[in-house]
Design a binder for this molecule. Structure first.
Ligand code: HEM
Length: 466
């Protein structure tokens, strides 16, 4: 760990040593706040998990217990604890069991819900669809669509209009996803896919999780069945095609030993990928546009960087030249982590932070709290992209201080895709529009499922070119 001027890292490493089994206290001695009978601290968690984590971290330190719904949960705080759980060196933390409750029914078989050797084998094959060449193809495919959809945000006759940015970017990214992920262009099937993906994604935040037609969750399961049928009936054809979308890449992908994914694995991984890619980048771009709207000097600085490239749509060779967008993207993910909580479950009795923890306990890692710890970040509540400049690199204070994409073997497979898409879209938006968010307009988030702005984020957009 290296210290950066202005911050004072706390060293919890000794508490989270893999082989430190001395002075272990019983589970009953672990401090915590169970909250109300039955509900525990669920309402506080849904209202603002960061505030809950901050309060309990200050009271109890880096490891404590609480109850969410009727489930007893262990929460860990800070980079040392995050590293301990996410690196999983003792192999005692399971993703499959950890995510069973929040998303198991909708995303069974998805790569993030797999463990051990099965996970390793399938991820190696999936990785082929995220190598340089396919990523380049996705970028080239997305560019003209980005241009078309951005033009529709504010038509000429409504120039200067205020739009609700959150639903707008959500719809834009969904429409971009269908051709790039699935290889389907406009038409009835694309519209049905759109509907099914939206229903599955929305169901992941449903409170009641029963297969009742007409409910959010029931619609999500129906959406999943549609997607299963859609993918299942096209795999044979795509295995022999030369199409460049992610689905076709996954159908043809082979490990070095020549293993391919089975039909069922492709179906499960595709459904999970559509979910993993969707709300996450929606939130990242929501924060980026909000912050650039508030800070118009920064917006103009980024526009000049984009203008200097001299192209309407970026190619692979331009990605490294958009340093300003890159810093804003990173800082946006720090400021609001699109995946605020990561879930694991213990597969055997183990020790966490000096306490015994029984088998089958849910453990939560909270990147959104780690990202706002004063011990690691200078003025963490401030939006300051320069903290990622080569001179400062505050994220380097600890390798798990900045963890929007997680860490260890489950680290986000789509992180480069996400950054490329953000760069391609923000670059075009900077050339087409100027936008403004008043200084006093706050970004208040609803955390009842994935974070989203409570007011859907109204922003005024003005076209730059006739
Ligand atoms: C800003 C955007 C994104 C953020 C913040 C994000 C965040 C994350 C996080 C935190 C995890 C790890 C979860 C855990 O360990 O429990 C993860 C896993 C994953 N993400 Fe992303 N993600 C983003 C975009 C994407 C995109 C665009 C894709 C696909 C194109 C994607 C595909 C995946 C996959 C497949 C996994 C599971 C990897 C595994 O378990 O081996 N993500 N993501």
């Amino acid at each position: 760990m290296t210290a950066t001027a202005g911050v004072c890292p706390v060293d919890h490493r000794a508490l989270f040593q893999t082989d430190n089994q001395t002075e272990v206290k019983p589970f009953s001695a672990m401090p915590g706040s169970p909250g109300l009978p039955f509900f525990g601290r669920t309402l506080d968690y849904y209202r603002d998990p960061n505030r809950l984590f901050d309060e309990l971290y200050r009271r109890f330190g880096p490891v404590w217990r609480t109850r969410l719904l009727w489930v007893d949960i262990v929460c860990v705080c800070g980079p040392d604890a995050d590293e301990y759980v996410l690196m999983n060196r003792n192999k005692v933390f399971s993703n499959e069991k950890g995510y069973e409750f929040p998303i198991g029914k909708l995303f069974r078989g998805g790569i993030m819900l797999k463990d051990g050797e099965t996970h390793r084998r399938e991820r190696l094959i999936m990785q082929q669809a995220f190598n340089k060449e396919p990523l380049q193809q996705y970028l080239n495919q997305m560019n003209p669509d980005i241009s078309r959809y951005l033009d529709r945000w504010v038509p000429r006759y409504r120039n200067g209009a205020r739009i609700h940015f959150y639903p707008t970017i959500k719809e834009t990214l969904l429409k971009l996803a269908v051709p790039v992920f699935v290889g389907e262009r406009a038409g009835r099937t694309a519209r049905q896919l759109n509907r099914a993906i939206t229903d599955v994604v929305n169901a992941s935040g449903a409170f009641l999780r029963f297969d009742v037609p007409g409910t959010k969750f029931g619609r999500g399961l129906a959406g999943r069945r549609y997607l299963e049928h859609y993918f299942g009936s096209r795999i044979a054809e795509r295995r022999n095609s030369d199409m460049q979308d992610m689905f076709s890449q996954m159908c043809r992908a082979e490990s070095e030993e020549g293993h391919r994914l089975t039909d069922q694995q492709i179906i499960d991984h595709m459904i999970f990928l559509l979910f993993a890619a969707h709300d996450t980048n929606t939130i990242a771009m929501t924060t980026m546009f909000y912050q650039l709207g508030r800070n118009r000097d920064l917006q103009q600085q980024l526009r000049e960087e984009s203008l200097a490239l001299g192209v309407d749509q970026i190619g692979w060779e331009h990605l490294n030249q958009l340093e300003g967008i890159s810093k804003v993207f990173k800082e946006s993910l720090r400021w609001i982590a699109p995946v605020p909580s990561l879930f694991r479950a213990t597969t055997e009795d183990t020790v966490i932070g000096g306490y015994e923890v029984p088998k089958n306990t849910i453990v939560i890692v909270q990147p959104s709290h780690t990202h706002r710890m004063e011990e690691y970040w200078r003025c963490p509540m401030e939006f300051d992209p320069e903290r990622f400049s080569p001179e400062r690199r505050e994220d380097k204070v600890h390798r798990f201080a900045w963890v929007p994409f997680g860490g260890g073997v489950h680290k986000c497979l789509g992180r480069h895709f996400a950054e490329n898409q953000a760069k391609a879209l923000v670059h075009q938006a900077l050339l087409k529009y100027e936008w403004h968010v008043p200084e006093n307009q706050l970004l208040e988030m609803d955390y009842s499922s994935m974070p989203k702005p409570k007011d859907r984020l109204p922003i005024k957009f003005r076209r730059r070119r006739s």
